[in-house]
Design a protein around this ligand. Structure first.
Ligand code: GLN
Length: 455
């Protein structure tokens, strides 16, 4: 792979006024778990100035939005505190992203698009494209991103790095700017499964400041032993893949089989409705969460200091579309036909996963079904159906094409399940597709075990 610096890929960004910041670091030398590891943090996760002597260095938690372009958080997110207290060195420059996490290609950003370090004519994937590109181009060892519907997994797949999304409630969301609160998770991007697992161990923390952060005893203790493992292949997936991706998928299946894993076909009901349900629910929650950017509670006034209506005008087009769609589906005329239908689909998708996993869901009870699916430990799919598209193609495309690229990632988000993406080889020059392994709720740790076998 041709290494290119993060500057040419636009992975790491600085305040929009152009002030040049040194790459300052702050670390706690007393703890060694991540000692000396450089960590990039996505621009929607709050970080604060590294030290009193470097007061002029203020990392902006801008969410890549004009609305927050000069926002300096007075406090730091729990996940960033955990990285630091374990010796990690947080970069002051923040990782570029799609505005407020809305997008799949990292082209909706005030800082401009993030290019794919493997091929500069292609997108990095979004919305955590800066995080993935910073890892892929060697600017940091690890990056934190956020994954609401695939924003860590899709860029990991496109940039050829490892990407992890935890069970919902596993990592603290305190200090993370909300997009769709019932789906938002903090995720990890790294070069190897082992590195991501080390960071996972640091971030696996019950945080009283986040009401959705779950207590440790919610999750069952599952043995990490790699024995009698069964992996399910969803019956609908191979038929929607182009030939080259199918080839990588088959290779991964064979690799796991050669390591003693049993492969079985599984049927996942209602998954064809996942994308529609996801975009309905995510937009509805976004329209409510983004109401706080009114220039009074949060958000800057424009140059003329005129009223809140102008603050709302500073949102980019992709964000405005979500707010309008979300407000529509929550309106009294559309609520029952769109929003509540989508919530029902979400529940049916959760049930369809519960139906096929050997482990019981620790929170939501299973419903006895007549289905004869063989039970599995994990489910394997590609993380994207294709390699990263070119920037040119994306610029000419419709927003709906962008939505389609989340088809592999949103089902696990709707069900709150953990998922790990591992690079699986090349199909076009330097470009490849990552393979996604999904586990039962709470089974995060074993994903790293099987992930090592997939590398
Ligand atoms: N592409 C999806 C969206 O725009 C996922 C985003 C995310 O996970 N933050 O909603």
């Amino acid at each position: 792979m041709n290494r290119v610096g993060s500057e040419s890929v636009n992975a790491l960004v600085r305040p929009i006024d152009g002030l040049s910041l040194p790459l300052a670091i702050r670390s706690n030398q007393s703890s060694v778990k991540l000692k000396g590891w450089k960590v990039a943090i996505k621009a929607n996760i709050a970080t604060t100035s590294p030290s009193k002597t470097l007061d002029q260095v203020n990392p902006v938690t801008s969410c890549a939005s004009k609305v927050l372009s000069d926002y300096v958080s007075p406090f730091q997110a729990t996940v960033a505190n955990l990285i630091e207290s374990n010796g990690g060195e947080i970069l002051v420059d923040k990782a570029n992203m799609d505005e407020f996490g809305m997008g799949s290609y990292n082209v909706h950003s005030i800082y401009g698009p993030v290019k794919n370090p493997r091929d500069l004519s292609r997108v990095s994937g979004g919305s955590s494209g800066g995080s993935a590109a910073a890892v892929a181009s060697g600017s940091c060892r690890i990056a934190l991103g956020t994954d609401t519907g695939g924003s860590v997994r899709l860029p990991a797949s496109y940039c050829g790095v490892v990407g992890f999304k935890p069970s919902y409630g596993r990592f603290s969301r305190w200090g993370v700017v909300s997009y769709a609160s019932s789906l938002d998770t903090v995720g990890i991007l790294g070069k190897t499964v082992e590195d991501c697992e080390k960071v996972y161990d640091v971030l696996d923390w019950r945080d009283e400041k986040d009401p959705t952060s779950l207590a440790f005893n919610t999750f069952p203790q599952i043995s990490r032993e790699f024995k009698n493992i069964t992996v399910g292949i969803p019956a609908h997936v191979p038929s929607i893949l182009p030939e080259l991706t199918l080839c990588l998928y088959s290779n991964m299946i064979e690799k796991l089989e050669s390591k003693g894993v049993k492969i079985v076909p599984v049927t996942l009901d209602n998954h064809k409705h996942a994308l529609g349900a996801y975009y309905t629910i995510a937009s509805a929650e976004a329209s409510s969460n983004l109401a706080r950017f009114d220039g009074i509670r949060y958000g800057r006034l424009d140059e003329n200091n005129s009223g809140p209506e102008n603050v709302r005008n500073m949102f980019g087009d992709a964000v405005k579309k979500r707010i309008m769609l979300g407000s529509f589906v929550l309106g009294s005329n559309a609520y029952s036909s769109y929003f509540s239908q989508s919530q029902k689909i979400r529940r049916l998708i959760q049930i369809s996963y519960n139906d096929i996993f050997k482990q019981a869901h620790p929170i939501t009870p299973s419903i006895n079904s007549a289905r004869k699916n063989e039970k599995v430990d994990f489910i394997l799919t590609p993380a994207s159906s294709n390699i990263a598209p070119t920037l040119e193609k994306v610029a000419a495309g419709e927003l709906v094409d962008e939505f389609m690229d989340d088809v592999m990632t949103v089902p696990a988000s709707l069900a709150g399940l953990p998922a790990l993406v591992v690079p699986s080889g090349f199909i076009a020059g330097n470009m490849g597709v990552g393979m996604q392994i999904i586990g039962q709720f709470g089974d995060d740790k074993r994903l790293f075990r099987i992930g090592q076998e997939m590398e």
